[in-house]
Structure formats: structure tokens, C-alpha cells
Design a binder for this molecule. Structure first.
Ligand code: MCA
Ligand code: AMP
Length: 479
């Protein structure tokens, strides 16, 4: 079971948000009460429940309640655009939506009551039961719903607790969104399962992170963009450097932390950052252990129970441990997802009959098994601020605009975001539209983080003899 009251040191603070605090006992009781409300509305274990994942205690209760009672959470990014929201609701067909959406939604809405904490404990779900459906982007098409079981989450969190020596004495500082693996599975469920504390920040803000670390935090989870912004401050301001130095473990993931940032952090704080590597579909596969690290440039060895292989283009095993030979990372273990919702074709494309999942990431492996991630097979997948965005979905959104005839999108190297989304468009004859209007159009259709940072308007996109857009030639093309 992923979460149960017994996982908690019950009188210890589980969650703090602003001035408010809840013990593990209080949090579990509120969650049990909310689960009871859903049950009285006729929901059964296994039913899907959308959660409008604003970062606040009500969202935490909603997600914990679903986990306790076996309702399957489908967290929704509150900045989601109309077209992406329609897709997720149609695909996941949740019975209700919990939270406070900022618009009309075509299903019943249930609010969390933070004053009610008196209900029977729900029946615990089976370990094999699904716990989450998390939508994740591919190179083309709409995001797919990755189904993650209680067993996968529990096994992965226990392996991470072992790697990071994560115990009830820790307090995790968390400024991540609650609709992806990093903030939801690792941050929220991980802290609760370890019986630890969670200092939830309403948004990423360097000063809020600094103060939380200075006051109570022992661990920090962040994406590289966050560490980049924190070290920029720490180089100028001693209190930030002191707060980072004070943490027991600084963990980075969701994208590679450049060596340059590792070095800057180490030089200003005397502390290293521990990287770990995973995907929505696999949870976390490898991590640098706190008793061995930190190890800049590497994402560590396979976690307990996880098998890792490097394979060539034909998926044959490469036996190299030379830190040089590159292969695609394939993984197998209890941490893997159950498949994409309604998409056996897409699942079969990434998972073989022996249970190996092919990540699309390219890595080298050192003699002791530590991986160094060096790139991705698909250039049409963009990682921006730790968010995965498919170039194809942004192109499709741009093409829905009446003024746009052609569109191409790619990730451009960016010191802060890792990659930033840029778009190149050609307009229909006689049409005119501003770059800002196109950026807004994408935000209204998809989600805010999928907006291009820059739109270049060209007469026509560069194409090869076959008519395929030459993305490599885009950056040179005048706008
Ligand atoms: C953003 N802005 C824009 C545009 N984009 N304005 C115009 N055009 C655009 N295209 C605005 C924003 O609305 C904001 O305005 C301001 O610019 C700053 O935006 P930004 O630079 O994006 O900063 P941010 O909004 O503060 O976001 C940075 C962030 C965020 C906090 C690092 O990217 C983030 O939360 N990333 C986490 C992603 C994550 O959790 N990934 C996990 C995936 P204003 O200030 O007015 O609002 S799970 C995963 O990957 C696996 C399993 C794993 O390994 O973890
Ligand atoms: P997502 O689909 O959002 O779950 O993103 C998964 C992808 O994030 C992986 O396939 C990797 O490309 C990338 N990723 C996650 N952690 C790391 C890391 N520590 N270093 C490099 N890439 C990472």
C-alpha cells in the first residue's frame, strides 16, 4: 500500500503551508474524511478522479484521499489550456473533479472540506491497483496517460528513501508542481511515506526556498532551472549560500544539471547536488546515493530492484562500462508503469515482451554502473524548466490558428531553462498576426509552460527536396 496511517509518525508535522501545519494524524484523518465524501457520492475504488492541482493543502488532501481509498488520481495542471483539458478529460473519463477550477468543466465538481475529519478509514487498495494517471508528452500527438500502480510508487519511494537516507527526521522543501512525478510522487507521496515533513511552497521563489531551508528544511527537491536561479542569488547573497549549505541533501532531477551549475553551487556552498534520473513512465531509475556522492555529471547507479541496460539502435545489449560508449537506456523493475491508458500501441512501442522499457535517453556507463546522460534519441522532445514538451503538440496548436500556414518548433539551448521553446511560422497569404498573439494562442490551447518564448515569422520554412522541414536550418533563417 502506498500510503496508510501506519506509515506516519503520527504526531509529527506532515505538512506545513504558510502558517498552517498538519500532523500526519490530522492529514490522514482529513483525507479519510474526504475519501468518505467521495464514497457517499457513489465512487468506488478504481474510479478515476481528476484533481485540479493547484499547490495548496486542499489538493494535498485530495491526492492523499485518493491514494488511501484506491481512487485513481488524474492531476490536472491548473494552467492547462482548453484543448489539452478537453483531451485529458475525454481520455481519462474521470467521474468527478476535485478542487476549484477557474472555469466550467463538463463533470461534477467536489470541494475538499478542510474542517471535516471524522470518518471511517477507507479499505486499502491492492498493491497492483492503479494510483495515478499522469499525462506526458510524446514527439507527436496528444499527451498520453501513464498509469502508475501503488506497487510501483511504493517500491520506488522505498528505494529512494534508502538512497537518500530519507527518514521521519527530515523535512523536505518543495516548490514543484503537483501534477508530475517529481512534485507529486517523489515530493508529496515520498515525504508522507517516509513519515517525514513536507514544507510546501505555493510557488518557486528563491526567497521562499531560502527561508524554508533556513527554518526547517533538511532536503530540497528541484529542477535544474531552480538550482540555476538559487545559485545566481547565492553568489551575491550570503544568507542564500548559508541556507543551501545547511540542507542535508540537495536533489536535482527532471533534466540534467550542467556541470557548470554543479561547480558553481559547490564553490559557493561547499555542498554538492545529488542527481537522480527517471521518467513519468518509469519513476526513478538511478540515483547518486548520499553515502557515496555527490557525483557531478552522473545520475548514479540503478536503484535497488531496478535493472538498467544500454542498448544499440536495434535494441541489442551493449556490454560497455567504459564511460564512453553510448547507448539507449533500457530499464526493468517494479517501478515501471502499467502502460498508457487506452494506448496499447504506444505502450508496445516502448516496452518489450520481457518487460524492458526503452527510455529514448542516451547514456554512457562507468565501471561501477553509474550513468551519464548525454542526450535523447528524439530531437522533437523538448525539456524546458524540467517540463517535457513535444514539438509536435506545439506545432499542432500553432497550425490551429487561422493565420498560420506552416509551423515548426524546437528547443534552443538556454542557460536558465535548459532548453527554451522557439517557433518558426509562415503565415497564410494576406494574413497577419503578432508573435504575442500566437504565444497566447498556444497558452490558451495547451498549458502555459508550452508557450514558445519566441516566434519567428518567415516567408516559408526551409524544407529539403522531400518537403520535410529542415529544423537544423531554422535558427539561421531570418525572421
Ligand atoms: C513564461 N512566461 C512567458 C512565457 N513563458 N511569457 C511570455 N511568453 C512565454 N512564452 C512568463 C511566466 O508566465 C512568468 O510570468 C515569467 O515569464 C517567468 O516564467 P518562467 O521563466 O517559466 O519561470 P517560472 O514560471 O517561474 O517557471 C520556472 C520553474 C518551472 C519554476 C522552474 O519551469 C517549474 O516549475 N518546473 C518544474 C517542472 C517539473 O516539475 N517537471 C517534472 C516532470 P509571471 O512571473 O508573470 O507569472 S516529471 C519528470 O521529469 C521526471 C519523472 C523526473 O525525472 O522528475
Ligand atoms: P518526463 O517525461 O517529464 O517524465 O521526463 C523524463 C525525461 O527527463 C527523461 O527521459 C530524461 O530525458 C529527463 N531527465 C530526468 N532526470 C534527468 C537527469 N537527472 N538528467 C538528465 N535528464 C533527466
Amino acid at each position: 500500500m502506498l500510503l496508510s496511517p501506519s506509515h506516519a509518525r503520527r504526531a509529527r508535522t506532515a505538512l506545513s503551508f504558510g502558517e498552517d501545519r498538519w500532523t500526519h494524524d490530522a492529514l490522514m484523518r482529513l483525507a479519510a474524511s474526504h475519501a468518505h465524501t467521495l464514497a457517499t457520492l457513489g465512487l468506488c475504488a478504481g474510479d478515476r478522479v481528476a484533481v485540479w492541482a493547484r499547490v495548496d493543502p486542499a489538493t494535498v488532501i485530495a491526492l492523499v484521499a485518493n491514494a488511501l481509498a484506491g481512487f485513481v488520481s488524474v492531476p490536472i495542471n491548473p494552467s492547462v489550456g482548453a484543448s489539452e483539458l478537453a483531451h485529458v478529460l475525454a481520455d481519462a473519463s474521470p467521474r468527478v473533479l476535485v478542487g476549484e477550477p477557474d472555469r466550467d468543466v463538463p463533470l461534477p465538481v467536489v470541494r475538499v472540506d478542510l474542517s471535516h475529519a471524522d470518518a471511517p478509514w477507507p479499505h486499502a487498495p491492492e498493491a497492483s491497483a492503479p494510483a495515478l494517471v499522469l499525462y506526458t508528452s510524446g514527439t507527436t500527438g496528444r499527451p498520453k496517460g501513464a498509469v502508475l500502480s501503488h506497487r510501483a510508487l511504493a517500491a520506488n519511494l522505498d528505494a529512494l528513501a534508502d538512497a537518500w537516507q530519507w527518514t521521519a527526521d527530515d523535512t523536505l522543501v518543495h516548490a514543484l508542481p503537483l501534477f508530475h512525478v517529481h512534485g507529486l510522487a517523489l515530493g508529496l507521496f515520498g515525504a508522507l511515506r517516509a513519515g517525514a515533513g513536507l514544507r510546501l511552497l505555493p510557488r518557486f521563489d528563491a526567497v521562499l526556498v531560502r527561508d524554508a531551508l533556513a527554518a526547517e528544511g533538511t532536503m530540497l527537491f528541484g529542477v535544474p532551472t531552480m538550482y540555476h536561479r538559487l545559485v545566481e542569488v547565492a553568489e551575491r547573497e550570503a544568507p542564500m549560500a548559508a541556507a543551501l549549505r545547511r540542507a542535508r541533501v540537495l536533489v536535482s532531477g527532471s533534466a540534467g544539471l550542467p556541470l557548470r551549475e554543479h561547480r558553481r553551487i559547490e564553490s559557493v556552498t561547499g555542498r554538492g547536488v545529488f542527481e537522480r534520473y527517471g521518467l513519468t513512465e518509469t519513476l526513478i531509475n538511478t540515483a547518486v546515493r548520499v553515502d557515496e556522492g555527490p557525483r557531478p555529471g552522473y545520475v548514479g547507479r540503478a536503484l535497488r530492484g531496478v535493472e538498467v541496460r544500454l542498448v544499440d539502435d536495434t535494441r541489442h545489449t551493449l556490454d560497455a562500462h567504459d564511460d564512453t560508449t553510448l547507448g539507449e537506456v533500457a530499464v526493468r523493475g517494479p517501478n515501471l508503469f502499467d502502460g498508457y491508458l487506452h494506448r496499447p500501441d504506444a505502450t508496445a512501442a516502448v516496452r518489450d515482451d520481457e518487460g524492458w522499457f526503452y527510455t529514448g535517453d542516451l547514456a554512457a556507463r562507468s565501471a561501477d554502473g553509474a550513468l551519464r546522460i548525454v542526450g535523447r534519441r528524439a530531437t522533437d522532445l523538448i525539456k524546458t524548466g524540467g517540463y517535457k514538451v513535444g514539438a509536435g503538440e506545439v506545432e499542432a496548436a500553432l497550425l490551429e490558428h487561422p493565420a498560420v500556414r506552416e509551423a515548426a518548433v524546437k528547443g534552443v539551448a538556454d542557460d536558465d531553462l535548459g532548453e527554451r521553446i522557439e517557433a518558426w511560422v509562415a503565415l497564410r497569404e494576406g494574413a497577419s498576426v503578432t508573435a504575442d498573439a500566437l504565444v497566447e494562442h498556444v497558452g490558451a490551447s495547451l498549458a502555459w509552460h508550452k508557450r514558445p518564448r519566441r516566434v519567428h515569422v518567415l516567408e516559408a520554412l526551409p524544407r529539403n527536396a522531400m518537403g520535410k522541414v529542415l529544423k537544423a536550418a531554422l535558427q539561421g533563417a531570418a525572421s
